[in-house]
Write a protein that binds this ligand. Structure first.
Ligand code: CMC
Length: 389
């Protein structure tokens, strides 16, 4: 067994295979740092706890796109640009209102983001000097796509975006048709901050891989949305909620401990637990847990928090596995009235900032991403004519 990191593997010898690219360092980045042993997360120099306490989502976008915090004028400028780009092109609105009402919101979001390229004056072509404006436009339009589709599928009138207010405020307004209170805006803003960036996760890796071929930013973001959709990645928050809703069918006294143990006995994964990098409690989870407790009590969903804690304790004692970011975010979103199948869309609305930061970083120092695979099939088979197979 041998492999050579510098020249690639020898085709005739058996190389070491890192399944799932576990532990492979493929890039250097200034976007985020994760210490999975102690549970630390830093975005471009700032600890997640510091950002959770002080920042707004718009400041985090600027940080991830420029590797520094904005001054007052720069922040105002970015906010105004985001506000001015919130409207959707007619073709995208028409798609949203005519597509199936039973479609998965993440599938609609993926298609709509791809369509945005056609309405971009540059047709979304690959040009580094356009990337910042494209990042701002996509970040501004994703919340409008999500809210518009949710209303369209429910037969409600689409609410046009506001010409003022934060991303969080405007999103809740477009979704519910009424302006949110301070607390709801703050909760949504904090969720956006906590999900914005997270190293070389599957969707970010996808975005960088597509960018490395010199395909455009819309293609990279569309691919990233496809990767985020899966239940092992961003789709886990919806899956967590489905587990909690399954439990609620058993009534107020549902036994979350027995539910969890039964799934483990059946060798099923418990959604919202485990992580490739964190081997301790996910630092974003602390903030979400605090919010989940307070919001579930305020909104009469205490049982969701109680069951979540029973699941958490069972996973700790049975498997020594901690919850990840998706676990408590499910209760938070549900408590503020968001439908479970929109949870991953909200993750997208936030992670677009990290993806586009990585896309710009990849383009600035590009090399095609092209790993190898070990061929384990047969060789030198004799050709058999089709009628004899
Ligand atoms: N439930 C039960 N067992 C688990 C779980 C889980 N959620 N996660 C890991 N394990 C076990 C796994 O069965 C394996 O056990 P064994 O060694 O006995 O076979 C061991 O822990 C190692 O797991 P793994 O699947 O090799 O770990 P991985 O790094 O390949 O996968 C993961 C990481 C996140 C895909 C996995 O933990 C998982 O499927 N979790 C559930 C889905 C989920 O919550 N995903 C969200 C991920 S974090 C946020 C995000 O990306 O959106």
């Amino acid at each position: 067994m041998s492999s050579d990191l510098h020249t690639g593997f020898n085709e005739r010898e058996y190389p070491h295979i890192n399944r799932g690219l576990d532990g492979i360092v493929a890039f250097s980045t200034t976007k985020s740092f994760i210490d999975g042993k102690v549970g630390d997360l830093i975005y471009s120099g700032y600890h997640i706890d510091t950002l959770a306490e002080h920042a707004t989502f718009e400041e985090v976008c600027f940080l991830l796109w420029n590797d520094r915090l904005p001054n007052t004028e720069e922040l105002e400028n970015l906010k105004q640009k985001l506000i001015s780009q919130r409207q959707l092109p007619e073709a995208v609105l028409s798609y949203i209102t005519t597509t199936s009402k039973d479609a998965e919101p993440m599938a609609v979001l993926r298609t709509a983001v791809s369509m945005l390229a056609d309405s971009d004056a540059t047709f979304g072509k690959y040009d580094e000097s356009l990337f910042m404006d494209q990042a701002i436009a996509i970040t501004a339009q994703i919340p409008t796509i999500i809210a518009s589709y949710d209303r369209a599928r429910k037969g409600k009138e689409i609410v046009a975006p506001l010409k003022e207010g934060s991303t969080a405020f405007n999103f809740l307004y477009m979704l519910n048709g009424e302006k949110p209170g301070k607390q709801a805006e703050k909760t949504m803003d904090l969720c956006l901050i906590l999900h914005a960036e997270h190293g070389m996760n599957a969707s970010t890796f996808t975005a960088r891989t597509i960018t490395a071929t010199m395909a455009d930013m819309y293609s990279a973001v569309t691919g990233a949305i496809g990767a985020l959709k899966g239940p092992l990645h961003g789709g886990a928050n919806t899956a967590v909620m489905n587990s909690l809703l399954e439990l609620s069918k058993q009534g107020e006294d549902a036994d979350a401990v027995a539910f969890t143990k039964k799934k483990l006995d059946n060798k099923e994964k418990i959604m919202g637990f485990g992580h490739r990098v964190y081997k301790v409690f996910d630092p974003r989870g602390f903030h979400l847990q605090k919010m989940a407790k307070a919001l579930s009590e305020e909104t009469g969903h205490e049982k969701l928090y109680r069951w979540s804690m029973d699941m958490l304790n069972t996973m700790k004692s049975e498997k020594d596995i901690d919850p990840n970011v998706d676990f408590f975010s499910a209760t938070v979103y549900y408590s503020i009235g968001i439908q479970p199948d929109l949870f991953t869309c909200i993750f997208t609305m936030s992670r677009i900032s990290g993806w586009t930061g990585h896309i710009m970083e990849q383009a600035a120092n590009n090399r095609l991403i092209r790993p190898r695979a070990l061929y384990v099939g047969e060789k030198n088979l004799d050709w058999v004519p089709v009628e004899k197979r």
